[in-house]
Ligand binder design. Sequence first.
Ligand SMILES: [Zn+2]
Length: 390
Amino acid sequence: MLLKPFVLATLLIAAPAVVHSQKSPTPATSGVKIGIRADTISSPRREIFATWRAYLQDGPEHFARSPYWISADQQRWPIFDLAAAWIYFGASGYPRPEATLVAIDPVIPGHEGARDTFIVRALYTTTDSAGNSLPVALTRTYAVQEGDRWVLASPIPRLTAAWTRERRGRITFIFPPTHVFSASRAARSARFVDSLSRAFRIASPPHISFYVADRPEDLARFVGVDMAVPQTSFGRAVPANNMILSGLPVYGEWYPHELTHLVLAGWLADREVFGTMDEGMAHWLGGSTGRPFPVLMAELSRELAMRPSLTLDSLLGPGHRSDSLANRAAAGLLALANERGGVNAVKAVLTPQKGPHGLDHLSAAADALDLHGPSLDAAWRAFVRRTAQK
Ligand SMILES: [Zn+2]
């Protein structure tokens, strides 16, 4: 069973773009704007609009069960409205996006009966500090009849119904007819899930749905996002749904970064592991945006050489940062732990300890590796340099 905070936490863990966003969503109070010629009066558009507006007013970013969403989706997926992650966690640091209804149209033009399916299109915008309107997402939500009521529904089951399914181990790969399936990459992912679970002595997810798109825009599209903030659609793990979304051809069926997030989500959530360390695991075992771990260490090594003030403490210590440099620093520290003490040392570093400024991972690392004071920093720097040269 997944409790709501856990569902949300795992979603946050899953998507690097949302790490900063825990505090950004505020309660949904504002209304929605109505776009040019968007009909909200004629039936059934009036009823569909009322459903959609009520759903928005409840705050979709909380991912709570909703009377306004089709029950089949909610039974299948705790995070049933995936587009909400793009809308509400895609523009961290900006005010909560507001909706403008663009149109409510039947899926098949001209079919407008109560048994027909409709699409609600909406544009979500935020504002910059000068008050300019900035687009965050253009979305497509389905509306269908459940009993005698209109409810919202995810595009995923509808758009992927004709996609091909290939099972390898615990993973079902789901991809469009235009995609060329790589059996070897798929088998590698299946083996990775089992070996990572074994190493951590945790149960593998019973079943993983792994959606493969050939472009980030295609990935966004099938979850219902026709326009997204750049770099938010490369790929995601949605641990609560046991779901991987892959949108970069360099990964395709072999996506160890997101699989690491998925397999370890429960273990990390139980220990309240910091987001940066979660990213560190994924960066170490899976690289980042197509760049393997040694390349990430080469990038980190160059930064460390250029900026001598950067230390483990400034990157991962109290008031820790959450950016790509901190993620690389964490990856290096975890790989160093593995080299020195295997998976037990890695687990120890991942378990935050009480340090002088509250819970932190550096105190845990110092104890686990028996490297205290400057010697931990020195060992980490030497490891980064050495790995970068490989
Ligand atoms: Zn990640």
